[in-house]
Design a protein around this ligand. Structure first.
Ligand code: XMP
Length: 505
């Protein structure tokens, strides 16, 4: 495959992913891997990732210079370019005009790397250092306004360098450039498929588990389900799954999820802890306090189960974006503390097993499909760990949970019936703590309000409200008010994120 030498870039996984998307196997290895070891892997190509360091600073991470003489095509990206230039005797220094974000690239010398691509294109830059003089053996292929050496190559050897990031989606032709490198320069055969990833993951899981017991918390969501089915495939009944019913589930959810797990032959146990959660939540109104209580109670319940089982490993459906977002954001403000039901703390003294941590959501869905997981699980809307508790504003009461369950069920059922469920990213009902006056059959009513929320999003980080048809909303309003006792008003939430968030608490 293609080896990606990791110099600590935020995007290193993205590089590997793009290569895999192009059907070529890729592997991320530490930058200090020796040229000899790299040679034994017989790679089609080598990529030097970006990274936060400066080549001129003391102790800067440098690869084994032998890699340039293996006869293997090499592509340096950002820091990877700078490192190559530095090792070949060129000069890199702090740029007076740094480049972050979009830049216009102009090709000044045609090369196989640019085959079929336009003379000018937008690229995404993110660097503080720049090459100030090129080694003699190198030549310039493209420039940008602030980078006279935006794309360079060795005059004879297949060594290339890009100052920008071809792996990010903001470089529209980035994937094409990588494809030219892989197929035009490395001559890599494209045959890597999800099936190979599956085989590889199974091997990895087996070699980490080594006959020990694994416990997993199922949530009914895509990630924890795929992680569990995959692990079950790898180590069989060494895996035990626990589904904690915190009493904050939606109508019919426990039955539906139980049925699905059963069909997939997953060994799992339901722990009914609804009473405990509700007791702990009694009288609590503050959203963060509610989340904290639910998170802690969850851990407590789950820890007991792990002990019973004698598990030594904890399976988590952590995805790559979770890894990136939770790293390096120290000091950023807590908007909401997300207690992902899958996200148990490391303090549990269990070794973490995270087979999906280098994957993106859509890859996980593909993997799930290959594992035979039914579509109704793979394409479910996200559901937050704290469940309906954060959709009842203020104190969570048993009878309000019932109200919300009914209203939410109607909304989602109708979305499915109207063929709209998969057109929105997430949809749900929220129960508001206010009462308003209404009139029903000549009678004055003074009852509660349901807010409907439906959003379009890609990753939940930003979102816009879904433009659902008026007739549909009208129909849902009618059903909720007619069928759910205690509700006399329905409103539709038209806030985007930001400034609002998707959930109301
Ligand atoms: P917000 O409300 O922060 O939600 O815009 C973004 C996405 O995250 C989900 N969400 C959670 N998921 N545990 C979870 O597992 C949580 O505590 C949590 N809070 C919000 C939310 O449903 C939306 O998809």
């Amino acid at each position: 495959g293609v080896l990606v030498l990791n110099f600590g870039s935020q995007y290193v996984q993205l590089i590997a992913r793009r290569i895999r998307e192009l059907g070529v196997y890729s592997e991320i290895i530490p930058y200090w891997t020796s040229a000899e070891e790299i040679k034994t892997k017989e790679p089609y190509g080598i990529i030097l990732s970006g990274g936060p360091a400066s080549v001129y600073q003391e102790g800067a991470p440098l690869p084994d210079a032998g890699i340039y003489r293996l006869g293997v095509p090499l592509l340096g990206i950002c820091y990877g370019l700078q490192v190559m230039v530095h090792q070949w005797g060129g000069k890199v220094e702090r740029a007076t005009r740094q480049e972050y974000g979009r830049a216009r690239l102009t090709i000044i010398k045609r090369d196989i790397l640019f085959e079929g691509l336009p003379e000018e294109m937008d690229v995404w830059m993110s660097h503080a250092d720049k090459v100030s003089s090129l080694p003699e053996d190198f030549e310039v292929l493209a420039i940008s306004e602030n980078s006279p050496y935006a794309v360079v190559r060795h005059r004879e050897l297949p060594l290339y360098g890009l100052q920008f990031h071809p792996e990010v989606s903001h470089t529209p032709y980035g994937k094409d450039l990588l494809a030219r490198f892989l197929f035009g320069i490395c001559k890599a055969p494209a045959h890597w498929q999800m099936g190979d990833i599956l085989k590889e993951k199974i091997e990895e899981i087996r070699s980490q588990v080594k006959g020990r017991k694994v416990i997993s918390a199922l949530s009914g969501g895509v990630d924890s389900t795929v992680a569990a089915v995959l692990t079950h495939r790898a180590v069989g009944d060494l895996l035990e799954c626990v589904f904690v019913d915190h009493g904050l589930l939606r109508k019919g959810e426990l039955e539906q999820v139980t049925e699905a797990f059963r069909k997939m032959n997953l060994p799992f146990r339901v722990v009914s802890a609804g009473k405990l959660f509700l007791e702990r939540l009694r009288g609590v109104e503050d959203p963060e306090e509610k989340r904290r209580i639910i998170g802690h109670t969850f851990i407590e319940v789950f820890e007991k189960e792990a002990e019973k089982i004698g598990a030594q490993l904890l399976l988590q459906g952590t995805l790559y974006p979770d890894v990136v977002e939770s790293a390096g954001i120290a000091g950023s403000q807590v908007i909401k503390s997300h207690h992902n039901v899958g996200g148990l703390p490391e303090k549990m003294n269990l070794e973490l097993l995270e087979p999906l941590r280098d994957m993106f959501k859509d890859e996980v869905r593909q993997l799930g499909k290959l594992l035979g997981i039914p579509d109704e699980i793979l394409n479910r809307h996200p559901f937050p760990g704290p469940g309906l508790a954060i959709r009842i504003l203020g104190e969570v009461k048993e009878e309000d949970l019932e109200l919300l369950r009914e209203a939410d069920y109607i909304f989602v059922e109708e979305l499915k019936r109207w063929g709209l469920y998969h057109r929105v990213w997430q949809a749900f009902a929220v129960l508001l703590p206010v009462k308003s006056v209404g009139v029903m059959g000549d009678q004055r009513t003074y009852e509660r309000v349901i807010a409907l929320r439906a959003v379009d999003s890609v990753d939940g980080m930003t979102a816009d409200w879904s433009r659902l048809p008026y007739d549909f909303l009208d129909h849902v309003m009618r059903r909720i008010i007619n069928e759910v006792k205690g509700i006399n008003r329905v409103v539709y939430d038209i806030s985007s994120k930001p400034p609002a968030t998707i959930e109301w608490e």
